[in-house]
Design a binder for this molecule. Structure first.
Ligand SMILES: [Zn+2]
Length: 164
C-alpha cells in the first residue's frame, strides 16, 4: 500500500470510518481497506467510545440465518450486491461496494447488521454457499439443506427438488 496517493489514502480512511460506524468487525475492515489493526482500533474507540470486540469471527452467512426475516434479508442483500457491483463479468467484495449496497438496502428494507451483509456477499461470491434460482418465484436465495430456514425459498416457500 506504499504507493497510494494522498487522495487514495483519504478515501481508504473514510471508508474505514464508515465501516466502523456500521460496527463491521475490525479484521474485516482491515481486509477491505488494507489499513493495519492499530489505527483501526483507535478509530473504533473514538467513534463508539468503547473498545472493539476481539471475539471469534462468525463462521459465515449461515450463522446469521436465525429467522425468516434474516433468510429473506440476506438473500436480498446478496442479490443486490451482485447486481450493483457487476462490472465486466467480475464481482469483487470492496469497501465501496459493501457500503453502497448496505446504504441502498437499509433505505428500502430496514436495518441490517453490516457483518451479516459482508458474509452474505462474500459467501455467495466465493461459492461457500449455494445461491440457486427458485423454480417457483425465480428469485435467487441462499440455500443450505442444514436448516429449515434455508432449505426452501424464503420468498415463496418452495422446496427445491434438485440442488447440488
Ligand atoms: Zn421462490
Amino acid at each position: 500500500m506504499a504507493d497510494l496517493s494522498t487522495l487514495e489514502n483519504i478515501a481508504r480512511y473514510q471508508a474505514a470510518s464508515q465501516l466502523i460506524s456500521g460496527r463491521l468487525r475490525l479484521s474485516l475492515v482491515q481486509s477491505l481497506t488494507g489499513i493495519s489493526i492499530r489505527p483501526l482500533r483507535a478509530m473504533w474507540e473514538e467513534i463508539h467510545g468503547e473498545g472493539a470486540s476481539s471475539g471469534k469471527l462468525p463462521h459465515g452467512v449461515l450463522s446469521f440465518m436465525v429467522n425468516q426475516t434474516a433468510a429473506v434479508g440476506l438473500s436480498t442483500f446478496a442479490s443486490m450486491y451482485l447486481r450493483q457491483n457487476h462490472s465486466g463479468g467480475k464481482v469483487a467484495l470492496t469497501a465501496k461496494g459493501l457500503l453502497g449496497t448496505w446504504g441502498a438496502y437499509q433505505k428500502f428494507c430496514g436495518p441490517l447488521d453490516l457483518n451479516a451483509g459482508y458474509y452474505a456477499a462474500q459467501d455467495v461470491m466465493g461459492d461457500t454457499v449455494s445461491f440457486p434460482k427458485c423454480g417457483g418465484c425465480g428469485v435467487h436465495f441462499i440455500y443450505d439443506r442444514g436448516s429449515t430456514l434455508t432449505s426452501r425459498c424464503p420468498y415463496c416457500g418452495l422446496a427445491p427438488t434438485k440442488y447440488k
